[in-house]
Design a protein around this ligand. Sequence first.
Ligand SMILES: [Zn+2]
Ligand SMILES: [Zn+2]
Length: 427
Amino acid sequence: MSPKIKFQTPTGMKDLLPEDLEFYQRVFEVVDDFAQLFGFNKIQTPIVEDVQLFEKGTGGSTDIVEKQMYILKTKGGEYLALRPEFTPAFARAYFEHGMVNWPHPVKLYTFGPLFRYERPQAGRLRQFYQFNFEIFGSKKPISDVEIIYLFWEILKELGLKNLIVHINSIGDKQCRPYYKKSLVRYLRSRERDLCPDCKRRLKTNPLRVLDCKQEKCRTVIAQAPQMLDYLCGECKQHLERVLEYLDALEIPYFLNPYLVRGLDYYTKTVFEIMPDNVPNPTALAGGGRYDDLLKLIGKRDVPATGAAAGIERIIALMKEQNVFKPSKKKIDVFVAQLGDKAKVKTLKILKDLKKAKIYPAFSLSKDSLGDQLKIADKLGAPFVIILGEEEVLKGKALVRNMKTGVQKEVKFEKLGQEIKKLLKKKK
Ligand SMILES: [Zn+2]
Ligand SMILES: [Zn+2]
């Protein structure tokens, strides 16, 4: 094998550079802030899990499990999957750590990378980021609305405008089988008008036909029976309560009868938040209730509701709507040093500067003062601390105002306070 000359990021994956990370960081900060406000606790699960967890918890008939999982075989012969979503891992952690005995509902959240073997030509990433919130142990419609409201508020706090909630109920195991039967009967009668994917879905997962984006399938779907007409009393009442709460919170929503999650453990509420009034919008966040999932993973009935949001899509919209400008990193002060003793002193005064919340820049590998002042100028540092051998001996440094060239001697232990004072004066 010839040696690789050039290395690149793997297909469908990308480096996040400092400017990208300012956007991610902004999202993470808002998510952490709202998690605290709404009383959610953060957990981190491993990036890999037993393949079977996703086969059960995501569903064997989903594209994710059928086509998009990264599976590794370990030396010990175990099969592990890079996580394609968070929810099954949360459910596993819930049982594994006895959260069953915690006060309920148990409210958890996280954010981080997920992995799906997507087609990169469609512009999809194979490593992407999501944040995820789950409430375990509540059957109540208000918990669905708590999740919707939380995601809504996070997106609004990020500055995003013109959003709408699409909402639907997909019933439960009481009423959905009747609907499914009548849907399948209808779709069979129109089978030749469906795309090849939907012909397959008709056998494996007929509900998924409802969210096919193909034009010819859309025409068929427009005349299909709707779940809303088949809801049992309990599911109907649940949906009505959810909509009442959304009205009371003044969240704009659209009752979308074609919104589905194609898996049997999803129950009642499903929702997505997306840009309003744009052609072919993609959802920023999506989720709903899945009362029958936890039993598949932990053999115990625990009702649950939750959602996830795609951070890359959110960032793309933040850029499109121009609602966040990454701030060029602001330097308070540059520390220029001359000689070895001064280099060591530079490192030693960092802690004092930190106490005064002054964040400096410095270039220890440079020896000439001229070079260092040039860097300070490029970084836009308003002040420079200058340390030479003599200053180190005297226990003082020179502080120079880069604009006026005026400089004064300041004792080392006063540096932080002095810079702070000068920065204040400058404003
Ligand atoms: Zn289709
Ligand atoms: Zn029902």
